[in-house]
Design a protein. Structure first.
Length: 348
């Protein structure tokens, strides 16, 4: 729709700001090919920004690399062949999160709506990294919001350490809410623009009674330093930070509740590869230090292959494949999995 609106003006030059950011690999490739076709058939010049080296390699004739010191011309990078990356492995203790036969309506307008999720089964071991993957619209974010209690389930159970959780967040105890925290795809949208960083991080400290009023400022500084930010960032507002810095603030805010499980919903999709890797390195270090369990929702199969223990593949609101990450990547059984792998990891 955005492209159609821009093309209605019959431009000779089209400016695109991260045109594929946040898209699953199949849609990313479709949009990239569409732009190539438009440029060729309409003799249209394109100038675009991107943090995705694969898109740059497939679309750009020339590239300019921006750094903190200025700009420099560079060749369009060759896409990485992520298939050579060895899988992450770890021991898997008993399940801390257990989901059985979960069904969720497509909308909250009542039980009569068409299903958004059907028959979902998910078991996540304590201290592990579990991936949930699938194309856009398959139900990944709906699952995350249902686990958090922000979407009401139609049927099924969600158990935390064997104790069934109420369907909605309002019916859960403060302790149950504390133990599962969400980090979203868009940290700028998740952070209140009218609050300072310190105020945003301090709020869960107060809500979950982790500190008293006299020690809140010190705890905020410690949390910011824990995620690799200077303590004096507490006085800044979200618009004064980069995307990677905002995501680190979002992580600090989630950690303020001292959770057991972090739901990470596409948290690197709006970041350049280096920043995304740094954020995932940070989370992996925190997982080891704090015995955290991570549920990583992503359409980036290269990230999933390198950093997760198990994988669950969603398609049209249903699980079509699951198992250890290494096994599923070695021998995918379902066509939806093979399509995702092909779109993500195909050689160029």
């Amino acid at each position: 729709m955005a492209l159609a609106r821009a093309l209605s003006k019959r431009p000779r030059l089209l400016l695109l700001d991260e045109p594929t950011a946040g898209l699953d690999p199949v849609l990313r490739d479709e949009i990239t090919e569409l732009l190539r076709t438009l440029a060729r058939e309409r003799r249209l010049a394109l100038a675009f920004s991107s943090h995705d080296p694969d898109v740059v390699a497939r679309l750009a004739d020339d590239a300019v690399h921006l750094t903190a010191d200025g700009v420099r011309p560079s060749r369009a990078p060759r896409p990485r062949d992520e298939r050579a990356v060895p899988p992450h492995t770890a021991a898997t203790p008993g399940p801390v999160l257990d989901v059985r036969d979960l069904s969720v309506p497509f909308s909250d307008r009542g039980a009569g709506g068409r299903p958004g999720l059907t028959g979902i089964r998910l078991s996540v071991a304590e201290g592990s990294v579990a991936a949930v993957v699938g194309a856009s619209g398959c139900g990944k974010t709906t699952l995350a919001r249902t686990l958090l209690g922000l979407r009401k389930r139609r049927s099924g159970t969600i158990r935390l350490d064997g104790v069934e959780l109420p369907a909605t967040v309002r019916r859960r105890s403060r302790e149950q809410r504390r133990r599962i925290q969400l980090i979203t795809q868009d940290p700028q949208g998740a952070l209140n623009p009218g609050r300072t960083v310190g105020s945003s991080v301090a709020r869960p400290l107060r809500i979950h009674r982790r500190v008293n009023a006299g020690t809140a400022d010190g705890s905020v500084r410690e949390l910011l330093e824990l995620v690799g930010l200077p303590g004096d960032f507490a006085g800044r507002c979200p618009h004064e930070l980069s995307g990677g810095q905002r995501q680190r603030v979002a992580i600090a805010r989630a950690l303020a509740a001292e959770p057991d499980i972090l739901l990470c919903d596409e948290i690197t999709s709006a970041l350049d590869p280096a920043t995304g890797d740094a954020v995932m390195d940070l989370l992996d270090g925190l997982r080891r230090e704090r015995s955290l369990t991570l549920v990583v929702i992503s359409h980036d199969l290269a990230l999933v292959r390198e950093r997760t223990d198990t994988i669950t593949v969603l398609a049209s609101g249903r699980i079509v494949e699951s198992g250890s990450t290494a096994d599923v990547f070695a021998a995918p059984q379902h066509s939806a999995t093979r399509e995702l792998l092909s779109a993500n990891l195909a050689p160029t």
